[in-house]
Design a protein around this ligand. Sequence first.
Ligand code: SF4
Length: 301
Amino acid sequence: MEKSVVQQIEKLKKTHNAVILAHNYQRPEVQDIADFVGDSLDLSLKATKTEANVIVFCGVDFMAEAAKILNPEKTVLLPDKTANCPMAEMVDAESLGWLKKEHPDGEVVAYINTTADVKALADICCTSANGVKIVKSRASKKIIFVPDRNLGLYIQSQVPKKEMILWPGVCRTHHDIKKEEILLLKQQHPEAELLVHPECQPDIIKLADHAFSTNGMVDHVKTSPKKEFIIGTEQGLCYRLEKENPGKKFYPISTAICPNMKKTTLEKVLKSLQTLEPKIHLSDEIMRRARIPLQRMMDMK
Ligand code: SF4
């Protein structure tokens, strides 16, 4: 009898001593075959702790790159090599270099959603889970924050004493969440708590009960006495929330789908384990320089 795709993946995982890491926005069937599902910070930490020789990263390119930078001796696979983050590509190393020259007294905090070249110019990285804590911890009063302007504005609202120079990047999946839809969902589900991601626009965050990273939402929902939640982030998170919280209800935002996060399929995961491709390749020098800000962030966990 022919083995199912899932059975073949399981077998090849053992053959190659591989681990599958999946972001919270991945398709349900991909989340189901993963060894760990989490947000960028969680998965970066998992990547440093794994004993596996091969990491299959079901997410987008900057996440797989971060796993490679933290584990240069391991093979890191990105099952669809075109799965990128358009926001990460909104800032390039050359332009950031110019901005640094304009603000020599500023420290660069790079969201983990950046290319390895950009990380190599940063003082420290952050994620949406720890951005406020990281910015607060910096000695300099002036922070150059790249690339997500909405996350930068949210951090600025929590850390008003810092002067933040914000790059004009956005995540379209979050930036395009409409106030009208949020208001309609609130009207339809008056008992529901509204949780939003800090990549949303400030007027959406103002309407929310809480702004959290995706793992922040997962932790909050587990302990909240509330039974209904409007989830202001990419829809993929609702699958994990439903699976882990039977009896609670989640209302997604109709437009919040990241096409790049949906590129990874079971068939592509299987193919990448069969061929050990597409591999992440980065130069040793870029990895050495990008590891410094990433490691500084990890040390603050
Ligand atoms: S959801 Fe936004 S930030 Fe995340 S990968 Fe997609 S485009 Fe990038």
